[in-house]
Design a protein around this ligand. Structure first.
Ligand SMILES: [Zn+2]
Length: 414
């Protein structure tokens, strides 16, 4: 159905364009099929053209490197682990995928959901059956027993036999051998990226964000298995020790990075490890968490961590750590992803750097730079337009007027 919308040859004229790396004026992109064929300055007579005058800025489709499309921001309460079925997660994923795409995010890295929903969503979207962004899919996040991903913490042990814990989006593995087996099994089922929980978390019960969970040896085994199979691996890591263990284990990106210390910053820079830090969602958790059923202990963890994470993000940026845009959408409603740009600028990036983090740089982290992230010949015609100049005011990205994915117009609200 979507194929019918793809024009054979189409020209995009942009008075103002940021191509993912540089800002340009009066550019014409030629789109053939689903890719950009050429970049020039002339539209041939009689050709089909979409014209963006000086009031607009054209940019590459945005990339969010940390989302959970099959989770809902209004289902925080642990009780949902017992109520939501895999089918309900699938319905949520379809709705959230469309919202995310319409917000201008044409690619996402999904870092965990029920097995193997992100992979299945990726397939349905690629077939054109479901409308959504390109998905780089992880399997369920891998967690230690009792760790950030163990939804049964604090419940009767009898429940462990009744409800397989990873149905809430996690898989439990303990010890080097189990970790290796789990990573291999996820690759067998077609994941693009491995997600592992190195440290404790905020929205889990009974653990502490600063506390290490997987050992260095376990993280190293996971990274080895992922890399052998040509996959990247992302580590959820709030605590300073877990961040260092993950970096030295060869993990490609640190998610959250809240309590990073100077040595961790030095190591991340040295090992070219990416930082994907969700510095918007603190606002949402504190404002909406109580109403949505977060427990006092979870809110207390967020209160202790939220500002520290933002301050440490600023330190890491100053220290030269590479940053990619990732928001943990699902903790706040899908579609509001672009709200994080403001905070990335407030805490140390220039507007252009923050947009690069969600375009050219994000594409590098998710290993899709051959296809997305910049507006150059050969890449997918994934692009957005916003009114005004987001290189001066990144908040303009919160209201995207136009979205094209693979040469097909998804939204045109000009
Ligand atoms: Zn997450």
């Amino acid at each position: 159905m979507m194929a019918a919308l793809i024009a054979a040859s189409l020209f995009i004229r942009a008075a103002h364009l940021f191509d993912g790396t540089v800002e340009r004026r009066d550019v014409v992109l030629e789109v053939e099929g689903d890719r950009i064929k050429s970049v020039g300055s002339q539209v041939p007579a009689g050709a089909k053209v979409i014209d963006f005058g000086p009031g607009f800025t054209v940019l590459p489709g945005l990339i969010d490197c940390h989302v959970h499309l099959s989770d809902r921001a209004d289902h925080y309460d642990p009780i949902w682990a017992f109520k939501d079925t895999p089918m309900q997660h699938a319905f949520a994923a379809v709705v959230n995928a469309r919202r995310t795409l319409e917000a201008g995010f044409t690619s996402v890295r999904d870092l965990g959901g029920p097995p193997f929903i992100a992979r299945d969503l990726r397939e349905s979207i690629d077939e054109g059956f479901v409308t959504g962004p390109r998905v780089v899919a992880s399997g369920p996040g891998i967690s230690i027993t009792g760790g950030h991903g163990d939804s049964l913490n604090g419940y009767s042990p009898a429940l462990s036999g009744l409800l397989y814990p990873h149905e809430r989006g996690f898989q439990i593995a303990d010890g080097v051998d189990q970790v290796r087996q789990t990573v291999r099994a996820q690759i067998k089922y077609g994941v693009d990226v491995i997600k592992i929980h190195a440290s404790g978390g905020v929205l889990s019960r009974g653990d502490q964000p600063g506390a290490p969970q997987f050992t260095f040896e376990e993280l190293k085994a996971a990274a080895e298995e992922a890399h052998k199979a040509g996959r990247r691996i992302a580590a959820h890591a709030h605590g300073a020790q877990s961040i260092k263990d993950a970096v030295l284990a060869g993990i490609d990106s640190i998610e959250h990075g809240s309590l990073i210390d100077d040595e961790g910053i030095r190591l991340m820079k040295e090992h070219h490890t990416w930082l994907v830090s969700d510095i918007y969602d603190d606002d949402y958790i504190l404002a909406e968490g109580p109403r949505l059923g977060l427990e006092p202990a979870q809110l207390e963890k967020e209160r202790k961590l939220g500002q520290k994470q933002r301050d440490n993000f600023a330190k890491a940026v100053k220290g030269g750590v590479r940053v990619a845009f990732g928001t943990d959408a699902s903790v706040y409603p899908h579609g509001d992803n672009a709200r994080q740009f403001f905070y990335m600028v407030k805490y140390g990036l220039t507007p252009m750097q923050s947009i690069r983090a969600a375009t050219a740089d994000a594409a590098e982290l998710i290993d899709r730079a051959r296809d997305v992230g910049t507006l150059v010949p050969g890449k997918y015609a994934d692009l957005i337009a916003v009114a005004g100049n987001p290189l001066q005011d990144v908040r303009l990205l919160e209201k995207v007027s136009f979205v094209m994915k693979g040469g097909a117009v998804i939204k045109d609200a000009r």
